[in-house]
Ligand binder design. Structure first.
Ligand code: ADP
Ligand code: ADP
Length: 230
């Protein structure tokens, strides 16, 4: 099966006061093939975060069908959740924990047995081994972003989803994050989905690009075909 299958996905947020409920996803269907780096491209407000948050179980869809690694998110939410790692936009960990503690706590939340925990391996993979015992608050912005990637990988999910990984990030850190994503894909066989509003980023990194606008999928093509058209 595809890594992710999305069919007729609709999300209408609840109305607030006099404002009608926003139709953030308006019947979206696509597959993410296994083993690829898949880019979801679109301007602010297009619906990218809503889609990612639906995959993460943080947003309740209004209708439609989503499978992650063959697991229906409604019927088999635990298996679906175990199959995916999410790298959020915001930096979310306790500033007074160390990277090793952040990863050990996350492994505990996911029920990873102690013997199978690989916090130090993960920190090495994201070039943070020398910071294993520093307070998270002392890490640079780039180090924190890389720690978020390691945190998303503690339960060894086959699919990694990154929400605007390089938004507001300087050129050097962008390069670092790109290299990390490519390494996880090529060396560990992780299927990657990332959202971005930079066409350049999607072209550089992704095997396939889907473009979303106003909650609708506009294009979904191999990157080469898309670039040839432009
Ligand atoms: P993107 O990530 O592409 O910028 P979002 O998924 O964040 O887009 O937003 C899509 C649309 O849904 C926007 O119009 C946004 O204002 C609206 N929206 C997002 N989250 C909520 C929410 N919690 N309640 C109501 N409207 C929302
Ligand atoms: P982005 O587009 O970068 O994903 P947004 O500014 O759209 O970020 O959303 C940031 C947060 O605010 C999200 O948690 C989203 O759900 C919420 N949000 C966005 N638009 C609305 C809205 N119209 N009403 C309520 N919450 C919203």
């Amino acid at each position: 099966p595809p890594a992710i299958q999305i069919r007729d996905l609709v999300k209408r947020y609840a109305p607030t006061g006099k404002a009608p409920g926003k139709l953030a996803l308006d019947g979206v269907s696509f597959d993410v093939p296994q083993g690829q780096i898949f880019g979801l491209l679109g301007p602010n407000g297009a619906g990218k975060s809503t889609l990612i948050n639906t995959l993460a179980g943080l947003v309740m869809k209004s209708s439609g069908h989503v499978e992650i690694w063959g697991h229906d998110i409604d019927r088999h939410p635990r298996n679906a959740k175990a199959s995916i790692g999410i790298v959020p936009q915001e930096i979310v960990f306790d500033p007074f924990f160390t990277p090793v503690e952040v990863l050990d706590i996350q492994a505990g939340l996911y029920g990873v047995p102690k013997a199978q925990r690989r916090s130090m391996d993960l920190l090495r993979a994201v070039h943070l081994a020398d910071k294993a015992d520093a307070y998270a608050r002392s890490l640079s912005g780039g180090m924190k972003r890389r720690l978020l990637v390691a945190k998303a990988m503690v339960h060894s999910p086959p699919v990694l989803v990154l929400d605007e990984p390089t938004a507001g990030v300087d050129v050097e850190l962008r390069r670092q994050l790109w290299e990390l994503v490519v390494k996880l894909n090529r060396e560990e066989g992780v299927t990657v989905v990332l959202t971005t509003h930079y066409l350049e980023e999607a072209e550089e990194l992704c095997d396939r690009i889907a473009i979303i606008n106003h909650g609708k999928l506009i294009t979904n093509k191999p990157t080469r075909e898309l670039v040839d058209m432009a």
